[in-house]
Every structure is written in structure tokens, then in C-alpha cells.
Design a protein around this ligand. Structure first.
Ligand SMILES: CC(C)(COP(=O)(O)OP(=O)(O)OC[C@H]1O[C@@H](n2cnc3c(N)ncnc32)[C@H](O)[C@@H]1OP(=O)(O)O)[C@@H](O)C(=O)NCCC(=O)NCCS
Length: 152
């Protein structure tokens, strides 16, 4: 399977995110606060046909349990097409989000992780903060985070 991991426009991620993460919502609801900010990065694995196989976004947003830090980055919307899961594609997109943070000054990278995906984030160096909680629509989650040093 040949693909590249690229920075893409927000809109390029909506269809896959809706299909994999939020089938109970509309395409319009895939747009999130901060999508248009210059530092927000949408990363995607894109095959030779231009099909988005996996995606994630990262944006400047304060970490809820470290509100004093001004260098928070929130990872959101990790999704891989069902027939491409567990082949390392999501891991490569996640690595690209870490690179994005490195290239934008580093900081505290955090996310609300669905617990089945916890090992994916652990492999990228994130650790769990606090206790598991239940989103009534989506299921069990944990907070996760790591420090990311600035590039160079
Ligand atoms: C989570 C997800 C983005 C990972 O992408 P991927 O391309 O499968 O990732 P990789 O092949 O690099 O890594 C596999 C890891 O992804 C996670 N994973 C795989 N399939 C998953 C699934 N159906 N649901 C949740 N997590 C899954 C696991 O942590 C897995 O690691 P493990 O095999 O050690 O358990 C992808 O599986 C997915 O879209 N799952 C459904 C949506 C979701 O849960 N997104 C995460 C929101 S926090």
C-alpha cells in the first residue's frame, strides 16, 4: 500500500472522520473551533488516488488539567478507514502531528483518547492522566498527554 502523510485542508478530513468517529453527526458538524487557525494542522495519509486513508488534527488549546500552561496542543479526530486499520497508518499520522508541534515551538500535547486506542498513543509517548470516564454516546475515554520539544 503506497501513501504519503501530508498536511491537508480541514475539509479533506470531514468525510472519513464522520464515517469512522461520528456517524451520528452531519458533515457540517465535523467543523470545530480553531480549524481555521494558522497553527492548526490537519495531517492525513493520502494514497496515489488522493483517497484519505487516515487523519488527525492538532491545534493550540489549553490542557484542562494544566490550565496555567500557555503551550497546550490538542490532538483530535484520529481516524483510519476501517479496511486500513491496524497496518500502522494511524501511527504514522500521529507521528506527523508530533512533528507539527515540534515545528511550531513544541509544548504540551494532550488528547481525550478512546480507551481502545490507548496503546496507539502510548507508542507515541503519551501517558494517561487521571481516571477513565464514560462519554454516554461514544464510550470510555482517558486523558493522555506528553511533552514535545521544539524542533532544532
Ligand atoms: C484508532 C485508529 C485511528 C488507529 O489507526 P490505525 O491505523 O489502526 O493505527 P495503527 O495500525 O498505527 O495502530 C494500531 C492501534 O490503533 C488502535 N486501534 C486499532 N483498531 C482500533 C479500533 N477499531 N478502535 C480503536 N482503536 C483501535 C489500537 O491502539 C492499536 O494498537 P494495538 O494493536 O496495540 O491494540 C483507528 O483504529 C480508528 O480509526 N479507530 C476507530 C476510531 C477511533 O477509535 N479513533 C481514536 C479516537 S481517540
Amino acid at each position: 500500500m503506497s501513501y504519503q502523510v501530508l498536511r491537508v485542508p480541514a475539509e479533506a478530513t470531514y468525510s472519513l472522520r464522520q464515517q469512522v468517529l461520528r456517524p451520528h453527526q452531519t458533515l457540517t458538524q465535523m467543523r470545530l473551533a480553531g480549524d481555521e487557525d494558522a497553527d492548526t494542522g490537519f495531517l492525513a495519509a493520502v494514497d496515489a488516488d488522493g483517497t484519505v486513508l487516515a487523519t488527525a488534527s492538532v491545534r493550540r488549546e489549553a490542557c484542562p488539567w494544566q490550565p496555567g500552561r500557555i503551550d497546550g496542543w490538542r490532538l483530535r479526530g484520529m481516524a483510519t478507514a476501517p479496511d486500513r486499520q491496524r497496518q500502522g497508518v494511524g501511527g504514522r499520522v500521529l507521528a506527523a502531528t508530533v512533528t507539527h508541534v515540534e515545528e511550531h515551538g513544541g509544548g504540551l500535547l494532550w488528547c481525550n483518547a478512546r480507551t481502545p486506542a490507548q496503546t496507539l498513543y502510548e507508542r507515541a509517548g503519551l501517558v494517561v492522566y487521571g481516571d477513565e470516564w464514560l462519554d454516554p454516546v461514544i464510550g470510555p475515554h482517558v486523558h493522555m498527554w506528553r511533552e514535545v520539544a521544539a524542533a532544532g
